[in-house]
Design a protein around this ligand. Structure first.
Ligand code: PPS
Length: 573
């Protein structure tokens, strides 16, 4: 390793990869070991551990290190460590393990990636951890939500020996481990390096900011985006990397480098900012840009931010000297129209007008196919975003009818399908309750559990259709609010989702009794019948409500068509 580069955290850059012979031996020995299939989050953590990105850690944290990191942001050795890096497993696997055992860590295909030599197995107090690390146990905080809902209940601590690196097939030339990046810096003669952490596409403001940060420090720039796991709903990393590659061309030649970081973000705000600094130091960077609400998840549903806007900067200020990597506090850059230039917000003369476009506004402009001004972003970046986010007129969508039996869902769905086919332009699929129960869910009954499975299947198919630009029209009873919300969450990230409550009153449905099932339910021949002997939870989040008592199917469907036009999904002109 080049001598003139910054020291890794703890003094030595760890490389936990076993050599070829040892890896073969570990694989052989693993035949007698318990195996654990790593989760996507654990694969990210493992990759950074093995490559030294998380030096001085030599494995998943033991209980002493964990407790002291949660409590005091330090390992038991005293080294700063703000966020636990844990291997969580099920009770079943935990009960199989004793101290001194080894555990074979595998990817989802079964390939052995590493051996974990078990030092401790214990039941985690995840509530306490959420409070200590994230400062909250609110499920609205994505890091706390993951910890409390998706993390397994037992932790296994111990040293790792890497057998194979997790497989990647995308952007290989940009996936640089700390050692590779250090080599690259050394070969380029770079010593002072400012890292820019990001999980979003970069626009002109970010380019200006990073360019200035590097220029002011007379340093080089590392654009170091996270491509492991970021905040749910973020732009996918494939699109982002194409955007970063485009932005790279806008820096002076040989001053900036792009490398991808397989980190799983926790959205842990100040503590995570400290982790980002440690990771960048391990990758050979001397400076890290830290902005407003760095690695923060934003606000909760009442509008209260989880962290103060400059809390991350304050925490880094306290620790930067000890760490040796310096923070470059991010001054927000704004576009000043009179000067046709970007300036730090605190330097803009009072009389001058500034302009900005928020993330929400940008998404709306993309969705509507509206202009995105060139002062805001680079044409190549806008073109990439438009490829991934076509205007709504070219996106897929799902219309999801829900309502009591005989409320008119199927009739409305059938009329809607024909109207949409008349308009044309997209493949259209009907997922009617009866059809689905015949082709997808023939083995299921009407218990809550089975209904939930049924609706989840419909949601999955609808989301696939939507993702590929088609229209899914669903018409199940879908009596439970929770599962309808889950379906919305499955479809929304890939296109439009319109919930239509067919709110025909039960008396009218019963009077219609198209299939004679109400009569059978009243007679007790059919059990668990929705509206009679089983619940129907009325939606409070429907985009459209239709009561078919006095309304023809054409009139009902017209409401849906007008809504789709208003939202830009179809055009009637
Ligand atoms: S669910 O709850 O969404 O899974 O139900 P779904 O798949 O839409 O139901 C499809 C049709 O099954 C008939 N059926 C029943 N419905 C409710 N409860 C019970 N116990 C039941 N048994 C049979 C019913 O006719 C549903 O169709 P629609 O078109 O809604 O009348």
């Amino acid at each position: 390793m080049a001598q003139h580069l910054i020291e890794p955290h703890g003094g030595t850059l760890k490389n936990l990869m076993a050599d070829k012979e040892r890896a073969a031996e570990l694989k052989r020995l693993s035949r007698d070991w318990t195996s654990w299939d790593l989760t996507p989050r654990q694969i990210c953590d493992l990759e950074l551990l093995v490559s030294g990105g998380l030096s001085p850690l030599e494995g998943f944290m033991t209980q002493d290190d964990y407790e002291s990191a949660c409590r005091e942001m330090r390992l038991s050795s005293g080294a700063l460590w703000p966020v636990p890096i844990m291997l969580d497993v099920t009770e079943e696997v935990a009960s199989d393990l004793k101290d001194g055992d080894s555990l074979a860590l595998r990817d989802p295909e079964g390939t052995m990636l590493a051996a974990l030599h078990v030092e401790q197995v214990w039941e985690a107090d995840r509530l306490a951890e959420a409070q200590q690390v994230f400062g909250t146990t609110s499920l609205e905080h994505p890091g706390a939500k993951y910890l409390l809902e998706q993390t397994h209940p037992y932790y296994v601590g111990g040293k790792l020996e890497g057998v194979a690196m997790p497989g990647h097939y995308d952007f290989l030339e940009l996936r640089l481990t700390p050692a590779k990046l250090r080599e690259k810096f050394a070969s380029l003669g770079w010593q002072k390096i400012v890292a820019f952490q990001t999980r979003n596409p970069m626009h002109r403001a970010h380019q200006e900011l990073t360019f200035r940060a590097a220029a002011e420090l007379e340093a080089n720039l590392l654009i170091h985006p996270v491509v492991g796991m970021t905040k749910p709903g973020d732009v996918d990393h494939y699109t982002r990397v194409r955007c970063y590659q485009a932005v790279l061309g806008h820096y002076p030649k040989n001053t900036a480098l792009l490398a991808l970081l397989p980190l799983a973000m926790r959205m842990g705000g100040p503590r995570e900012a400290l982790l980002h600094a440690i990771i960048r130091k391990n990758h050979g960077c001397t400076h890290l840009v830290v902005g407003r609400d760095h690695a923060g998840p934003g606000s909760d549903s009442s509008g209260k931010p989880f962290y103060g806007p400059y809390e991350a900067q304050e925490l880094l200020k306290v620790h930067q000297d000890e760490l040796g990597i310096q923070m470059v506090p991010f001054k927000m850059m704004v576009y000043v129209e009179d000067k046709d230039a970007y300036m730090p917000v605190d330097q803009v003369p009072e009389e001058m007008k500034t302009k900005s476009i928020s993330g929400t506004e940008l998404r709306e402009r993309l969705a509507r196919g509206r202009e995105i001004p060139s002062w805001f972003s680079f044409p190549e970046v806008i073109a990439e975003l438009r490829r991934t986010y076509p205007p709504r007129g070219r996106q897929g969508f799902t219309v999801f009818f829900t309502g009591l039996p005989s409320s008119g869902k199927s009739t409305l769905a059938n009329v809607l399908i024909t109207k949409l086919m008349e308009i044309g332009g997209r493949p259209t699929t009907l997922l009617d309750g009866d059809l689905v129960r015949k082709h997808l869910s023939s083995e299921l009954g009407f218990s809550k559990e089975h209904r939930d499975i049924n609706i989840r299947r419909i949601g999955w198919v609808a989301s696939e259709i939507t993702k590929n630009g088609g229209i899914a029209v669903c018409a199940p009873i879908a009596p439970y609010d929770r599962i309808r919300k889950d379906v919305r969450a499955m479809v929304k990230p890939v296109g439009g989702f319109i919930l239509v409550h067919v709110a025909t009153p039960i008396e009218v449905c019963e009077q219609r009794d198209r299939k004679g099932l109400f009569a059978k339910a009243r007679a007790g021949i059919i059990k668990e019948f929705t509206g009679i002997s089983d619940p129907y939870e009325e939606p409070a989040d429907a985009e459209i409500t239709i009561d078919t008592t006095e309304m023809s199917p054409q009139q009902g469907v017209q409401n849906v068509i007008l809504h789709l036009e208003k939202e830009g999904f179809i055009s009637l002109t």
